[in-house]
Design a protein around this ligand. Structure first.
Ligand SMILES: [Zn+2]
Length: 206
């Protein structure tokens, strides 16, 4: 179902350019939910979130990646989800432009690899431009890239885990071996809540 929204775009502030696409479906372990995508015709802003039909509260899921099949475990990451690989001290927090996605563990590891490669390119450009000589940082990123590439290929099983923490409960790791628990008030306070909800009431949707 597509509807127009009577609000300015949160990114470019244009009026009358926002569209809301909503679709209900079912994902194993995640259950019945509505996938909402907000997009702007003017600036190309796109934001997806997954709203479960039942409130679940603040949750975290942890999966120790020990077998090949764990790499295929389904991930739903809502726009408020923080993703971590704690053993490598890696974290992607939502930020204000965060968008949700459905993937699997391998896909999420590949997203980490993409970010690390982007950082390495930036450091190399800076070094060439004489802006810094961050060789040490580059070496550290290279080690991380190697570890994650091995993990994605199933060559590094049993050492690393994937964790997803979501104060809104819109994210899951869908596997029987994933450990699910409620987040404490202290943990929630330390998490980035992600983008502010744009849809305040049904009156905002024409
Ligand atoms: Zn816009």
């Amino acid at each position: 179902m597509e509807s127009e929204i009577n609000l300015p775009c949160p990114t470019c502030k244009s009026e009358g350019s926002l569209k809301l696409l909503s679709m209900s479906s079912e994902i194993p372990y995640f259950g019945e939910h509505t996938q909402i995508t907000l997009s702007c015709d003017k600036c190309g802003m796109r934001q997806t979130d997954f709203i479960p039909s039942e409130e679940r509260g603040a949750l975290s899921f942890t999966l120790s990646i020990e077998k090949d099949e764990h790499l295929q475990a389904r991930i739903v990451r809502g726009s408020s989800g923080t993703v971590r690989i704690p053993e490598l001290d890696l974290e992607v927090s939502p930020g204000t432009q965060s968008t949700g996605y459905v993937s699997n563990v391998e896909g999420v590891v590949n997203r980490f690899i993409d970010i690390i490669r982007m950082m390495m390119r930036q450091i190399r450009t800076d070094i060439e431009g004489g802006e810094n000589d961050d060789e040490q940082n580059l070496e550290k990123l290279f080690q991380l890239e190697m570890a994650l590439t091995a993990l994605a290929k199933g060559e590094l099983l049993g050492d690393l885990s994937l964790e997803i923490l979501d104060p809104k409960g819109h994210s899951i790791i869908g596997h029987d071996d994933a450990i699910k628990r409620a987040l404490s008030v202290e943990e929630i306070a330390l998490l980035d809540p992600g983008p502010a909800p744009i849809i305040m009431s049904s009156e905002d949707v024409k």
